[in-house]
Design a protein around this ligand. Sequence first.
Ligand code: ATP
Ligand code: MG
Length: 147
Amino acid sequence: MRGTRMNIERKKNKSAGKTLPLNSDEDLIKIREYCRSLAVQMEFSTDNCTMISTALYEICRNVIDHAGKGTVTIKVVGSKKPCLFITVKDQGPGIKDVQKALEEGFSSRGGLGIGLPGAKRFMDMFEIRTARDEGTTIRMCKYLDKD
Ligand SMILES: Nc1ncnc2c1ncn2[C@@H]1O[C@H](COP(=O)(O)OP(=O)(O)OP(=O)(O)O)[C@@H](O)[C@H]1O
Ligand SMILES: [Mg+2]
């Protein structure tokens, strides 16, 4: 009984990928390194490895800058057509106007306003879910076969 439960948990963990806390700049650097090494292991091109880790960095940067803290889940999905799938979650103030936030040059804090639109451009799938005072979840992925 115990063995069965443990096996199920192991399987669950495998498909769930790795979830890492994002509470500081240090965490951000560790997460970027982990993501880059996974992308290299998957044999993405050097350019794509850079695009993936830059997108991840910008989205994580936003969590630290605009929400304070969050979590990042990174996993490899699919075997025939694998992709690197990243979910970044926070429980901050939410993004007030998503359309505006995705415009290049929009920043609510006097930044350059290029993080969010840049990350979207670098990935194959990019989805934002956000609610005022509940937080923001960004899901994004990059397919290997587009290399
Ligand atoms: N996780 C988040 N929580 C709340 N607001 C966010 C979050 N991520 C982005 N935003 C909002 O979207 C805007 C645009 O984000 P974007 O990353 O493009 O620019 P920025 O962070 O202001 O500046 P930078 O160019 O330095 O990244 C932010 O100014 C902020 O208002
Ligand atoms: Mg930003």
